[in-house]
Design a binder for this molecule. Structure first.
Ligand code: PEP
Ligand code: MN
Length: 339
């Protein structure tokens, strides 16, 4: 249920309503608006009509049901877009287009430092790199694990770029959180609810990737798992879905951008690398995604794609990334974003 407070309702009235929601066995999530505050009361769907009684409390304007199955992720609860602070001074979801770039996997000190410097000079603002890799085959490179996290931290120190890196297993959440600025949930883990709940308890942004066979509604329900635990810093990432097409690794669902925009206030990032699987297709998908209104991109870049431990064929070389970034600035401008 959404409890809409009156314009000018006092802090005490808000506190009383929150107290009553708790007494009724629901959790309240206050969303502070410019004109008025609203409270999302979430909990057991079966008995929610009892919340209707809050309408008679001082300061309450009305109580309306949230029609969507996801609540805190919905535009019904929060019509204005959410900006997520990645690190102080760097936000996603506002006017600035955020470009995250780096190798699929962290492989060596030389590789990550060289990539970090290159993507920074091309204008990227976040460094990506996997230290724990969710590979389809158990025989493929599984990542450098904590050594990889240490190299990412070193690259951050040297370049000032915050880092986004994946956590694959709930047991590693604490370890990864010690190093990462953004915790990435991979496509294969989008419905790992134990992992999502743990990430919901962190005070750190989470980049949640859509699964390859996840509907938008299911994707938003996964975001809801994180939000409902208290972590509001969720960033959504479309990375291609599985279709009958084999010319590309997946099919980039560009229409997910305007659909998500209508349904949720959360920032939207596009991953054209995993979506297409081919470096040559990445720039055009970056431009199209920006034109469709995404808030950010996450792009694989490797100094020597031919020797990459994972995803070489879809990784841009630094020079190609630079060329893409130069052109991206024009698309960003048309889309009303700054690069
Ligand atoms: C990745 O970002 O390296 C990755 C494994 O992506 P996804 O989870 O989208 O396959
Ligand atoms: Mn990859």
């Amino acid at each position: 249920m959404i409890i809409v407070m009156r314009k000018g309702a006092s802090k005490e009235e808000l506190a009383e309503v929150k107290k009553r929601i708790k007494e009724l066995g629901y959790k309240s999530h206050v969303i502070h608006g410019e004109i008025r505050n609203v409270i999302g009361a979430v909990g057991d769907e079966r008995g929610k009509s009892i919340l209707q009684s809050l309408e008679s409390m001082p300061g309450v304007e009305n109580v309306v049901p949230i029609l969507k199955p996801y609540k805190l992720a919905s535009r019904e609860v929060k019509p204005e877009p959410t900006t997520v602070t990645i690190v102080p001074g760097l936000e996603i979801g506002g006017n600035r287009l955020i470009v995250m770039a780096g190798p699929c996997s962290v492989e060596s000190e030389q590789q990550i430092l060289e990539t970090a410097r290159a993507i920074k000079s091309a204008g990227a603002t976040v460094l990506r790199g996997g230290a724990f890799k969710p590979r389809t085959s158990p025989y493929s490179f599984q990542g450098m694990e904590e050594d990889g996290l240490k190299l990412l931290a070193m690259a951050r120190e040297q370049t000032g770029l915050p880092i986004v890196t994946e956590v694959v297993n709930p047991r590693d959440v604490e370890l990864v959180a010690r190093y990462a600025d953004i915790m990435q949930v991979g496509a294969r883990n989008v419905q790992n609810f134990a992992l999502l709940k743990m990430l919901g308890q962190l005070d750190k942004p989470v980049l949640l990737k859509r699964g390859m066979a996840t509907t938008i509604q299911e994707f938003l329900m996964s975001a809801e798992y994180i939000l409902s635990e208290g972590n509001r810093r969720v960033i959504l990432c479309e990375r291609g879905i599985r279709t009958f097409e084999t010319a590309t690794r997946n099919t980039l669902d560009i229409s997910a951008i305007p659909v998500l925009r209508e349904q949720t206030h959360l920032p939207i990032v596009i991953d054209p690398s995993h979506a297409t699987g081919h470096a040559s297709l990445v720039p055009s998908m970056c431009f199209a995604s920006v034109a469709a209104g995404c808030d950010g991109l996450i792009v694989e870049v490797h100094p020597h794609p031919e020797t990459a431990a994972s995803d070489g064929p879809q990784s841009l070389r630094p020079a190609e990334f630079q060329t893409m970034m130069n052109k991206l600035a024009e698309f960003a401008k048309v889309a009303g974003k700054e690069l």
